[in-house]
Design a protein around this ligand. Structure first.
Ligand SMILES: Cc1cc2nc3c(=O)[nH]c(=O)nc-3n(C[C@H](O)[C@H](O)[C@H](O)COP(=O)(O)OP(=O)(O)OC[C@H]3O[C@@H](n4cnc5c(N)ncnc54)[C@H](O)[C@@H]3O)c2cc1C
Ligand SMILES: NC(=O)c1ccc[n+]([C@@H]2O[C@H](COP(=O)([O-])OP(=O)(O)OC[C@H]3O[C@@H](n4cnc5c(N)ncnc54)[C@H](OP(=O)(O)O)[C@@H]3O)[C@@H](O)[C@H]2O)c1
Length: 397
């Protein structure tokens, strides 16, 4: 009987032993090897940021999504990074090692496709120091202080330990036993499936930074920017029931999405255009500079001209002496924003969870107090109610 599991060419998926006959639909456990159709730089020359637009094919996968969903992506570690690691380890790279989900592979391939070589945790540090003579590592771990351990981990990866704090392992199997599984990354989908049948689009900010005298890169974002040529990343759809367009197409929507937070709103607007939804659309976007960092400028200008985008407010944070953020624009238009909410608008925010989404939430509360005449407690109750009615939705990360 033929093996009917769809095994992606490039994803780290390995069928669990004994399940080779089972027909698995594509999904997280059986990611679809998705051909990359397009990879476009969204920034103009001179930008300090790197953000790309990626189009992938879902043709033949049976995978379906709706605007608001996210795409899970299994990336691969850079081969040169793994080769550098192997140079400092007493292994050839050809040794068979167990894979996190079962099965075996040669060490080099397992390190590229299946193990996390970036994120360090206190638990990992403890395991490593038991096999290492590094006095620094011993003092960090023996402090038994999570903050000390987390501070040590910040900006370091497995390679830093291999080179600066070497440990002894009985064999390659023991080495991988201290590593964690390489996890898929989620991306808010930037396309409507009705506007682009068989395709899924993403808006990806490339993670690059320097720490401890090494240039670093995020696994998945640099996979798309630097090394995805000819590869088909394993993907799956991650439904996001809490971040959907209102069922009633006449409902007005307010979308706040600075940076890559713009992604699901491109999808929402495309979807509303395709279905001919009559509800008003208000988009608030921000990024450092208008000249270089205005994502999807032509598309949003066209949507404005055709009347799909009723209101478009832009916060270019570094185009003036004082920072200008999306929440500042919200407050400047607080009266109108409050009146849209009174008309029944749904409010959406997408992007940075650590700062932006909190500041946007605080601005909303101030607007309710200033323009709705609510007390602090009433504003809290009002937005709690909106969340319950699914009229205040967040997709933040
Ligand atoms: C629901 C959801 C939707 C998302 N949507 C999008 C989206 O639409 N677009 C998008 O670009 N991203 C999105 N993300 C984030 C995305 O999933 C990844 O987290 C992001 O692309 C980074 O992944 P990576 O593999 O490139 O980086 P990783 O290899 O995961 O590296 C990131 C890690 O590097 C470390 N790091 C980063 N900067 C520094 C620094 N300066 N100093 C020291 N350490 C540092 C931090 O530990 C950080 O966690 C979303 C996340 C979620 C959960
Ligand atoms: N949780 C996370 O770790 C996390 C979340 C989101 C993004 N990122 C990373 O950040 C990088 C770029 O992400 P991105 O393109 O989505 O853009 P972003 O960094 O979120 O920035 C988008 C815009 O938001 C502004 N901004 C900064 N702080 C803000 C605040 N408190 N309130 C409102 N706006 C604020 C930025 O201004 P200034 O830069 O001028 O201050 C910029 O103009 C990527 O590497 C991404 O992975 C990390």
């Amino acid at each position: 009987m033929p093996d009917r599991i769809h095994v992606p060419e490039d994803a780290p998926f390995t069928p669990p032993a004994g399940e080779a006959e089972e027909v698995l639909p594509y999904g997280k456990k059986n990611p679809f090897p998705s051909p990359i159709l397009k990879n476009v730089d969204l920034m103009k020359a001179g930008s300090e940021k790197e953000t790309i637009h990626v189009e992938l094919s879902l043709e033949g996968s049976g995978l379906e999504y709706i605007a608001g969903d996210a795409l899970g992506v299994f990336a691969r570690n850079p081969e040169e990074h793994v080769d550098e690691l192997l140079k400092s380890l007493p292994f050839e790279g050809t040794e068979e090692v167990p894979l996190p989900d079962g099965g075996e592979a040669p060490l080099r391939e397992a390190l590229i496709a299946s193990y996390d070589l970036r994120a360090l945790t206190p638990k990992f540090l403890k395991n490593w120091q038991e096999r290492s003579d590094s006095p620094t590592l011993h003092s960090v771990v023996e402090s038994d202080d999570r903050k000390v351990m987390n501070d040590f981990c910040w900006g370091r990866e497995v390679i830093d330990l291999v080179i600066d704090h070497p440990a002894t392992f009985a064999d390659a199997k023991e080495f991988v036993s201290v590593l964690k599984k390489l996890q898929p990354r989620l991306y808010s989908i930037a396309s409507s499936p009705n506007a682009h049948p068989g395709e899924v689009h993403l808006t990806i900010a490339i993670v690059r930074y320097e720490s401890h005298r090494r240039e670093r890169g995020g696994v998945c974002s640099t996979y798309f920017s630097d090394r995805s040529d000819g590869l088909k990343p394993g993907v799956f759809v991650h439904n996001n029931k809490a971040f959907k367009l209102p069922e009633d197409g006449t409902t007005p929507i307010i979308m706040v999405g600075p940076g890559t937070g713009i992604a699901p709103f491109r999808a929402f607007l495309e979807e509303r255009r395709v279905i001919g939804a009559k509800g008003k659309n208000w988009l608030i976007f921000g990024n450092p500079h208008r000249k270089t960092d205005y994502l999807y400028e032509e598309e949003f200008s066209a949507m404005q001209k055709e009347g799909l985008l009723n209101r478009l407010d832009l916060a270019f944070s570094r185009d003036q002496a004082e920072k200008r953020y999306v929440q500042h624009l919200m407050e400047e238009s607080g009266k109108e924003l409050w009146s849209w909410l009174q008309e029944g608008a749904t409010f959406y925010v997408c992007g940075d969870a650590a700062h932006m989404a909190k500041d946007v939430d605080a601005a909303l509360h101030r607007i309710a107090e200033t323009h709705g005449g609510l007390s602090e407690e009433e504003a809290v109750a009002y937005f709690k109610g909106l969340k319950k009615e699914k009229r205040y939705a967040r997709d933040v990360y």
